[in-house]
Every structure is written in structure tokens, then in C-alpha cells.
Design a protein around this ligand. Structure first.
Ligand code: NAP
Length: 227
């Protein structure tokens, strides 16, 4: 039987590329809220099923997780940019949204699936960001949520050291719908040829997945090469 991978945010962008990459070797659960987009990704993979849930709805997530007793790979790719701008203008609602989707949702999904991950001696991958390593003006909300995600990953790695491996990937700008919206918000042109491709990030996840069980890829920063 093929190993099982669950990828959140797999209806498009980086998550979709990871689902496609892992689909070559794994049975894939395709996470997302957009039913039609998730169905399209499922149909394009050799062995896949939908994992439909709003990740901020704990009840819906628990229902979607029911029956998963063994999980080899869990990739957290779902995320939002949320508010861009100075702290002076960031309302509490923007902080709450970013923390809900980027931090509390992956923490909750991980907690629900830890028994299945332990059973498989599995791997958890967090798609973080360069913004989770360096704070910049106007990026407080997103950056703080990604710094928190680093803390979540590091604590989890230490707690589960004997049973579950934990990898954080910090991509730079990647050519996706999120990046297009971001560039529009910044009032700057979207130039996908200058960014990482989602498939580049997927290949870093493949590196972590393919390591032998005695080795753990803890953290990896991937950036567009100068061109
Ligand atoms: P994207 O194209 O906007 O895709 C975001 C994904 O997250 C979609 O599949 C969306 O699913 C899902 N999602 C969002 N909120 C959700 C919720 N409440 N419940 C369930 N699913 C939800 O983004 P991306 O560019 O692929 O980014 C993926 C990850 O990489 C994010 O964590 C992002 O922070 C990180 N990242 C991106 C870049 C970049 O330049 N693009 C750079 C560094 C890091 P539905 O639409 O189906 O709801």
C-alpha cells in the first residue's frame, strides 16, 4: 500500500504543486475549501481524495480527519497574507485572521492527526516564509504569524523527537495567486519569471520526504536565484 500524504491549501499554488509532486509516490488527500478546484486536483492525480474543510472550523476539521489512522506526511501549505501596512493601521481583526489561519489552524490539525502521524513515524512540513525569519516594515501581521509558526514547528520537533520528524520550509516570493494579489497591493508589477515556481518549493518538500528515517531536515530557506 502507498504511503499517505495530506496537503492543506492544495487547491492551488504551492500546495497544489506539492500534491502533484508527492502524488508520484503517495496516496494524497487534497486540502482546500474550493470544492471544484479540489476536485480538479484530485482528478489529475493517480491516487487521491478530497480533504474539504475550512481549517478555521475545528468541528469541520475533526470531521474531515475522522478515519485517518495512519498518516505518513502532513504538509501545512494553506495560508493567508492578510493585512499589509504599518502596525499603526492594523486592526485587531487582521491580527486574528492571520493567527487563525496561519498558526491556530495548523496547530489544531497537527494535534488531531498526531496519533496517526506517530503510528506511521511520519513527517510534518510547515510552509513558512522568508517573512518568518526577518521582520520588515508593513509585514508585522503576516510576519508575526509566520514567526509563531516557526515556534510551533520547533516546539513540536522537540516534543515528538522520537516519533515524528518536523521540517520548516521558508520560500521567498513564489509565482502564485497569493503573490499576484500581493504585488497588486504593493502597487508593483507581477513578474512570475523573477520568482520561484511552486514546483521549486515542492522539490524541497520532496527532499525532506525522501530522507532516510535516521535523518531530519529541520529547516530550509529557498529563494529565487538572481536573474
Ligand atoms: P495561494 O495561492 O493563495 O493558496 C492558498 C491556499 O490556502 C488555497 O489552496 C486555499 O484554499 C487555502 N486556504 C486559505 N485559507 C484557508 C482556510 N481557512 N481553510 C482551508 N484552506 C485555506 O497561496 P500560496 O502562494 O500557494 O501560499 C501557500 C503557502 O506558502 C502559504 O502558507 C504562504 O504563506 C506561503 N508562502 C507563499 C509565498 C508566495 O510568494 N506565494 C512565499 C512564501 C511563503 P481554498 O481557496 O480552496 O480555500
Amino acid at each position: 500500500m502507498k504511503p499517505l500524504a495530506l496537503i492543506t491549501g492544495a487547491s492551488r499554488g504551492i500546495g497544489r504543486a506539492i500534491a502533484t509532486e508527492l502524488g508520484r509516490t503517495h496516496r494524497v488527500l487534497v486540502g482546500g475549501r474550493d470544492r471544484a478546484a479540489v476536485a480538479e486536483v484530485v482528478a489529475a492525480l493517480p491516487d487521491a481524495a478530497p480533504f474539504l474543510a475550512d481549517l478555521t472550523d475545528e468541528g469541520a476539521v475533526a470531521t474531515a480527519c475522522a478515519g485517518i489512522e495512519r498518516l505518513d506526511v502532513l504538509v501545512h501549505s494553506a495560508g493567508v497574507i492578510g493585512h499589509l501596512g504599518p502596525v499603526a493601521d492594523a486592526p485587531a481583526s487582521a491580527w486574528r485572521e492571520a493567527m487563525e489561519v496561519n498558526v491556530i489552524a495548523p496547530a489544531t490539525l497537527t494535534r488531531l492527526l498526531l496519533p496517526a502521524l506517530r503510528t506511521a513515524r511520519g513527517l510534518v512540513v510547515f510552509i513558512n516564509s522568508g517573512a518568518g525569519l526577518h521582520a520588515s516594515p508593513d509585514w508585522s501581521v503576516y510576519g508575526a504569524s509566520k514567526f509563531a509558526l516557526t515556534a510551533l514547528a520547533d516546539a513540536l520537533r522537540a516534543e515528538e523527537a522520537r516519533q515524528v520528524r518536523v521540517t520548516t520550509v521558508h520560500p521567498g516570493r513564489t509565482a502564485t495567486a497569493m503573490q499576484a494579489a500581493l504585488r497588486a497591493a504593493e502597487g508593483r508589477p507581477y513578474q512570475p519569471e523573477r520568482y520561484l515556481a511552486p514546483e521549486d518549493v515542492a522539490r524541497t518538500v520532496r527532499l525532506a520526504v525522501d530522507l532516510p528515517p535516521g535523518a531530519s531536515l529541520e529547516s530550509l530557506r529557498i529563494a529565487p536565484a538572481p536573474r
